[in-house]
Write a protein that binds this ligand. Structure first.
Ligand SMILES: Cc1cc2nc3c(=O)[nH]c(=O)nc-3n(C[C@H](O)[C@H](O)[C@H](O)COP(=O)(O)O)c2cc1C
Length: 482
């Protein structure tokens, strides 16, 4: 078989040129070129491996070129998987299988309870490596002490994570090997919880969840559905492939896997704008800045050069390259344009649509350089003339210096998807993230439920914390750039 045949066969195994082009978000002609050139560009290896994992196809055995059976590792990658004692412990076997298809070096720890569900022998034989179960083990301490096991990994993944391990981690309890490692590490921690819905919704579990999110622990949130215990609700372990892909994203974020966001310039606008009525009064909106700040912070963590342009907010500022504070929509417009060109712009700010000009009896403009006084004449009515503010999103999307990717937010109270799609088309942007802001569901909250809409599709994302939305959006952008 020639290499040419192999590449062609690989593509057809993955669903054909059209399917692969669609999944990788590239033109079909590029794939035809791969076939012609007998070559797959290096920066596509990871996407192809992710696609093959998604389709459950082992492309390593298919290709014997050493192209695709590596993950384009920039260094030796180590992941520590901690398996806890939940009914979904058996699903960790699938996660081990997915990790073993890569060149990631995997260590595994099982809690005592986990061993009630699956055996260390099974895990050891799948991983081809000893599985650690004891904190006080003379044999293990002599080979790899528990501190080394805690310091070695690029990422620690706990799957399934029990309510118990969440509580222990939140409180800093270290009474077995797993919980001790979690206290002794400075590696990124990802938790994929799974438990009975009542256990998940318990105030204590939810408080622990929030504490851990605030400390930077990443959650692959449990899903809604029927549980093994016969009840239904939120608590089912996320799909192993989603957990695996989240792990890969964190490795990209650490730059140990290909990361398309590294060094890319991004402008993020966030928060509300305010329109002064006079020196002491203004009109604004309820935007807290949390979603925009989470996005700016996530992209900066992944190596992007982020300029954050923010209206007045009262939340802590994220660590990004540059922060510009503005008040009015006009200022936000001017500062945004002064920061162009950029590769990506994400307009998450809730920009005031209008300036308000105070008038007396609908026509006489009032001097608002000083505080407007109460009206003495009973027949006088204070009204406001509205003047439309410039549309930042539409203007950036249609300027000569248009960024490669223009992403906007759309806060809607009705017909969310239709209204957002209209905005996408009329403003000529690439992607719109629509959310329902009726009944104060979003502004100020740590959670958001969004729809991602582009010209061809609409993805609905379950309600989740804003940091998770930022994480998934960064993944999406990473793929769009490849
Ligand atoms: C049959 C059975 C199933 C269980 N499933 C879960 C579960 O899915 N999630 C969970 O948080 N706890 C579950 N538990 C309770 C945990 O096993 C228990 O809290 C244990 O202390 C967890 O220990 P670990 O966190 O050290 O693994 C289950 C217990 C039993 C007996």
């Amino acid at each position: 078989m020639t290499l040419d045949n192999k590449i062609s066969n690989l593509i057809s195994l993955l669903g054909g040129t059209g399917q692969v082009a669609h999944h990788l978000n590239i033109k079909s002609s590029a794939i035809s070129n791969w076939k012609k050139l007998n070559k797959i560009p290096k920066n596509k290896y990871n996407s192809l491996i992710e696609l093959s994992n998604h389709l459950n196809i082992d492309i390593n055995s298919f290709l014997n070129t050493n192209n695709l059976n590596t993950m384009n590792l920039n260094k030796n990658i180590n992941v520590l998987l901690i398996i806890c004692g939940g009914i979904a412990a058996y699903k960790s076997l699938e996660i081990i299988r997915l990790i073993k298809k890569t060149e990631i070096d995997l260590d595994i720890v099982m809690t005592k309870s986990a061993q009630q569900f699956i055996t260390p022998l099974l895990v050891t034989s799948l991983n081809g490596k000893k599985c650690y179960v004891e904190l006080f083990s003379v044999e293990d301490e002599s080979k790899m002490n528990h501190i080394h096991l805690a310091r070695k990994p690029d990422v620690i993944l706990i799957s399934p994570a029990t309510a118990n391990i969440m509580a222990k981690l939140a409180c800093g309890i270290a009474d077995d090997l797993a919980s001790t490692l979690l206290l002794a590490t400075d590696s990124k921690i990802i938790l994929a919880p799974s438990m009975n819905p009542i256990m998940w919704n318990n105030i204590a579990t939810q408080a622990n969840y929030q504490t851990l999110v605030n400390r930077g622990v990443h959650f692959v949130d449990p899903e809604k559905g029927d549980m093994a215990c016969g009840e239904s609700g939120t608590g089912r372990l996320a799909e192993p492939k989603l957990i695996f892909n989240t792990l890969l994203s964190h490795l990209k974020k650490k730059n140990v896997l290909n990361n398309n966001l590294d060094g890319i310039s991004v402008i993020v606008t966030a928060g509300p704008t305010i329109e002064d009525i006079d020196p002491v009064r203004f009109v604004s909106n309820k935007s807290s800045g949390k979603q925009g700040f989470s996005i700016a912070s996530e992209l900066a963590d992944r190596g992007a050069l982020v300029t954050l342009i923010t209206g007045p907010v009262s939340i802590p500022l994220p660590k990004v390259n540059k922060i510009i504070h503005v008040k009015s929509a006009q200022e936000m417009f001017d500062k945004t344009f002064s920061e162009l060109p950029t590769t990506i712009i994400i307009c998450a700010a809730a920009v005031a649509d209008w300036k308000l000009i105070p008038e007396l009896n609908n026509s006489i403009i009032i001097d608002n350089n000083n505080k407007i006084k109460k009206l003495k004449n009973n027949n006088s009515i204070l009204t406001f003339k509205t003047i439309e503010n410039p549309d930042i999103l539409a203007s950036v999307a249609q300027t000569k210096e248009r960024p490669k990717l223009v992403i906007g937010f759309s806060a809607e109270t009705e017909n969310i998807i239709n209204n957002a799609k209209q905005k996408l088309i009329s403003k000529k942007i690439d992607l719109i993230i629509a959310n329902d802001v009726s009944e104060n569901k979003v502004f100020g909250s740590d959670y958001n439920k969004v729809f991602l809409i582009d010209k061809d599709s609409c993805e609905e994302w379950d309600s989740q914390n804003k940091k998770n939305i930022a994480f998934k959006l960064a993944d999406k952008i990473n793929n769009l750039l490849s």
